[in-house]
Ligand binder design. Structure first.
Ligand SMILES: *Cc1c(COP(=O)(O)O)cnc(C)c1O
Length: 517
């Protein structure tokens, strides 16, 4: 009997009982074929394309290959099947609810995709003469004005490529502003519940990171923050709504205190979908905030595409924003402000973070999303995101411990802890159980301020029926974890791979294929 090395495949599940030496376990199941590595199925002799023979007198110079490079080849049909089979082992927002907290995995409207694929947008090149791409520049400029309008801020840097990149942009603006004031402030204060990118960004930009404690209600401790402010504090980085799914009600008081002490306020705006159209961060005294177009404005993210993290800036920080950016002139033309014309147009810039103007494909998608919703539609986005998260919170709080349920309604995400599970059962067991129920797990063990945290963000694009189905699945797993069902400890049983040793995978990763072609 040969058994493929497929964890989770239980011989006793096979009708043959696994006792007959003539039985081969293929590892295939339920219309899913087990897929080997491309190195195992490909060969150097096979190719999916026919190239003409090189002309006898062709001279490739140094580029001519002298030895085979040993890459496996597949025919076209084998290639299509290989990647399609692998893709079926994955989970996607187009398959079902994606509860990952802090990720805003929501439906990407197909209208956005259609617009982004229009040749006038999809086929332009960043090195084209600017007079030939005036329409594309107008799109960037119009999106910039929408972002400024929706946030109540003064300016916006469109070029950062993701949320974390936007954080770096904002912090570099703060650094440049402090330098212009001739001040050497070294400390950035970050709450305990911050997204990991916040302290990483501050440290990367050369600041020292210090924690601000949270209150029992899961919010920034204003008094502790005030007590730490002083001439060495460059600013704070605060996520609002925060990663406990709560609105920082003291945000204005926090900003006032930080400004009075000479610092700047960075807000992590990744969760903007919970407040868009309802709250303008500019009114809360914020100096810089990134917006994840790939979260709030529905452009695809994760493995699905490049992100985009524009940063809105206050009047105090806007002069230091990066190059290049699009400017509209009085005669209706658009021009990129770059190094050549920065001296007259934008002299205090801290410099450039990207080769070009930003992610055009994300800009077109985000603007299509904004224009198809309109200001009222965007407000409803926030209301529905909050409604859906509260529905999840209240539907599960009788079976899962909800540590901040008493702090009032949540914003865009519902937070649970592992309190009350049977002895020996953990958040990980619930996450793995969800896979067997057909769902990608929620965010687990984050934020760190809650023991065994489970953070669920349903987003506004899920219907009540979809939420009820998810809640039903999670309720049943929560009950099994409370009752100590031993089968849950080895879940998932129906996934392409069973429970993996995640510690070994992280500590001793095997990243290279070792074998012969
Ligand atoms: C997603 C996220 C980020 C980072 O954004 P990326 O686009 O992934 O770089 C930062 N902070 C919070 C709160 C987030 O949810």
């Amino acid at each position: 009997m040969t058994a493929l090395n497929r964890a989770g495949w239980r011989p006793e599940m096979n009708a043959a009982g696994g006792a007959d030496d003539n039985v081969t376990f293929t590892g295939n199941r339920a219309l899913m074929l087990e897929e080997a590595l491309i190195f195992e199925i490909g060969s150097t002799e096979t190719t999916g394309v026919d190239f003409d023979e090189a002309a006898p007198d062709a001279d490739f110079g140094d580029l001519a290959r002298t030895t085979p490079i040993g890459l496996p080849g597949l025919s076209e049909s084998e290639t299509v099947r290989h990647y399609t089979r692998l893709s079926r082992q994955n989970y996607a927002i187009d398959l079902g609810l994606f509860p990952l907290g802090s990720c805003t995995m929501k439906h990407n409207p197909r209208l956005n995709e259609k617009v982004a694929r229009m040749p006038g947008f999809a086929d332009v090149h960043p090195l084209q003469p600017q007079e030939t791409v005036q329409g594309a520049l107008a799109v960037i400029n119009e999106l910039a004005f929408w972002l400024i309008d929706l946030t109540g801020m003064y300016g916006v840097a469109m070029s950062p490529k993701a949320g974390a990149h936007g954080e770096l942009c904002g912090i570099l603006c703060i650094k440049a502003a402090l330098e212009a004031r001739g001040e050497d402030r070294r400390v950035i204060l970050v709450p305990e519940s911050a997204h990991g990118t916040n302290p990483a960004t501050a440290a990367f930009a050369g600041f020292t990171v210090e924690d601000i404690p949270a209150t029992k209600e899961g919010r920034v401790d204003l008094e502790a923050l005030k007590a730490r402010l002083g001439p060495d504090v460059a600013g704070v980085m605060i996520t609002n709504p925060n990663t406990c799914g709560l609105f920082e009600r003291d945000m204005k008081a926090i900003s006032d205190a930080v400004h009075a002490a000479g610092g700047y306020v960075y807000c992590d705006g990744a969760n903007f979908n919970a407040i868009v159209g309802r709250v303008r961060p500019g009114d809360l005294g914020i100096d810089a905030m990134h917006i994840n177009l790939h979260k709030t404005f529905s452009t695809p993210h994760g493995g699905g595409g490049p992100g985009s993290g524009p940063v809105v800036l206050s009047e105090a920080l806007a002069p230091y924003g990066p190059l290049p950016f699009v400017a509209r002139y009085a005669d209706g033309t658009y021009k990129l402000i770059e190094e050549e014309n920065a001296a007259e147009e934008h002299p205090a810039t801290f410099g450039r973070m990207t080769a070009f103007h930003g992610q055009m494909g994300m800009f077109t998608r985000a603007l299509a999303y904004i224009l198809s919703h309109g200001a009222d539609g965007l407000k409803q986005v926030a209301e529905d995101a909050v409604l859906n998260a509260n529905y999840v919170l209240r539907s599960l709080e009788d079976v899962l411990d909800a540590p901040f349920a008493a702090s009032g309604p949540c914003m865009h995400e519902a937070l649970f802890s592992d309190k009350g599970l049977a002895e020996g059962f953990s958040t990980l067991d619930i996450a793995k159980g969800l896979i067997d129920e057909g769902y990608h797990p929620m965010t687990v063990y984050f934020p760190l301020v809650v023991h065994g945290a489970m953070l669920i963000e349903p987003t506004e694009t899920e219907s009540k029926a979809a939420l009820d189905q998810f809640i039903g699945a999670l309720r049943s797993i929560a009950m099994r974890a409370k009752n100590g069902d031993p089968a849950l400890k080895s879940a998932p049983h129906f996934a392409p791979r069973a429970r993996l040793d995640e510690t070994a995978a992280a500590r001793k990763p095997v990243l290279a294929w070792e074998g012969d072609l």
